[in-house]
Design a protein around this ligand. Structure first.
Ligand code: TYD
Ligand code: MG
Length: 454
């Protein structure tokens, strides 16, 4: 018998090597190389010439009948939105997120909403009794809902093939394993093989699978890219655990746009959909406080009004602190430098703290102007008019640069009753000013914005 060959595979990036090393030479992560058994697949098999190609196994695209994609609405509108209009039949959907963010809760809620379907919930983390307890506490009426507390995929496969459910939920992919693969559950080869088996079963038996996956601290779905390539849809559940808001983001979608997000709030009674996010994020506003400025961030295709809060205090240490929650730290440093250079204010003896209220993370530049003006407002201790919204990206020479989706953001701000909206001058020409009740003012430079505000 030939000797079993092994190789070392990086659990983060999939790099493989015959020798172990502490640091992966490809992705530079430490202690990620794990020994795995090498497949003995021989590419020059002599028997290959005996392989028969079946008639019709490949065809011209024009010869293939069109099929309509059928979808099942989940009746959780925020989830349907991210999926692109419900679950496509026999699709494989990966849901990633930090532990404790609410993935299992979302899955249980989904099961309750589509209780007319036959659902198999494979739980490798919680016992059947725990799941029952949670569903009782949430008062769920789950009829056709089977719970399988199992991690061995052979058994899971047998149950699936016996019951043929409409939807299978696997919570989580890190806990299940295929016994014929020697490496431990959660390793790249187990994740890949387990997912491949679930995909095969889904396509063969025509059911959809939700695969729950935990995220590594680097923010990638653990066992990372290998799974993302395989599945049809990748959704990421994000949020600060200390805040109640959760964002479901589409990262990949073979059946729709990834340009959509779903917003939820974690409450005592499970996850609640947030249908009017602006009102929720502004619900605890500080009227008339210095350092608080309203702006708008476009999440997916929806504009959301947010409150930027800045606190500028004198520093007790040699090096002043810069802390940012929900706003890019590097961008904050750039804005501070531009403020110093272009407005002549000195912040090198001040600690600066930025917070985006509600625990939302801003990942686009249109809120730069609001961040700059909130810092200025706190530094001078003069409040910004609470009926004003600020929009604009800031460039290194202090210019206010044009932004995307200006019209949508203005519409949202005007709808919520804001009276004055300051936007980049470059955006003015594309805006129909008469359409809005609010006063819309263009600005070219941050010094100009300061003159208009203070
Ligand atoms: P869970 O869905 O178990 O997270 P995950 O599967 O992503 O690890 O959610 C766990 C958290 O959600 C837990 O800390 C408690 C909280 N939670 C509520 O606040 N309200 C609820 O109704 C439920 C079910 C959970
Ligand atoms: Mg869970």
């Amino acid at each position: 018998m030939s000797k079993v060959k092994t190789k070392y595979v990086c659990q983060n990036c999939g790099y493989s090597s015959v020798r172990w090393s502490g640091k992966c030479p490809d992705c530079d992560n430490w202690n990620t190389l794990v020994e795995e058994i090498q497949s003995t697949g021989d590419r020059n098999k002599p028997g290959l010439k005996n392989v028969k190609i079946n008639n019709g196994s490949y065809r011209l695209i024009t010869e293939i009948d069109s099929v309509n994609e059928t979808r099942t609405l989940t009746h959780i509108s925020e989830l349907d939105r991210v999926l692109g209009g419900g679950i496509v039949d026999s699709s494989v959907i990966l849901i990633g997120g930090d532990p404790g963010i609410g993935k299992s809760t979302l899955m249980l809620q989904l099961a309750e909403k589509i209780s007319n379907k036959k659902i198999l919930y494979v739980s490798g983390e919680e016992s059947a009794a725990q799941i029952k307890l949670r569903s009782d506490r949430l008062n769920y009426n789950l009829g056709n809902f089977y719970i399988l507390s199992e991690t061995n995929l052979d058994i899971i496969q047998a149950v699936i093939e016996k019951e043929i459910p409409d939807i299978v939920i696997v919570d989580s992919i890190q806990t299940v394993f295929r016994p014929e693969i020697e490496s431990a559950p959660g390793t790249v080869s187990q994740l890949r093989e387990s997912t491949a088996l679930l995909m095969y079963l889904a396509k063969k038996n025509n059911f959809s699978v939700f695969i729950v996956g935990h995220i590594t601290k680097e923010g990638m779905i653990a066992g990372p890219k290998v799974l993302e390539h395989m599945v049809d849809v990748v959704l990421q559940f994000e949020g600060e655990r200390t805040h109640s808001f959760r964002i479901l983001r589409g990262i990949k979608n073979r059946f729709g746009s990834t340009n959509e997000i779903g917003i939820f709030e974690m409450t005592d009674a499970g996850l609640k959909e947030v249908l009017n996010p602006s009102e929720v994020f502004l619900s605890q506003r500080n009227y008339g406080a210095s350092g608080c400025v309203i702006s708008s961030s476009v999440e997916g295709t929806r504009p959301i009004l947010i409150e930027v809060q800045a606190l500028v205090t004198s520093s007790n240490y040699g090096i002043p602190q810069r802390t940012s929650m929900g706003f890019d730290y590097k961008k904050l440093n750039i804005i501070v430098a531009v403020l110093e250079k272009k407005l002549g204010i000195f912040l090198n003896k001040s600690d600066i703290f930025i917070n985006i209220a509600g625990g939302i993370k801003i990942e686009e530049p249109a809120t730069d102007l609001a961040v700059a003006m909130s810092i200025y407002s706190s530094f001078r201790d003069i409040p910004v008019d609470s009926e004003t919204v600020l929009l604009g990206e800031i460039g290194l020479s202090g210019e206010v640069r044009t932004i995307s989706y200006a019209d949508r953001r203005i519409t949202e701000a005007a709808k919520l009753g804001f009276k004055k909206i300051i936007i980049p001058k470059g955006n003015l020409k594309n805006i129909n000013l008469k359409k809005f009740k609010a006063e819309i003012i263009g600005t070219e430079k941050i010094s100009d914005a300061v003159d208009k505000l203070f």
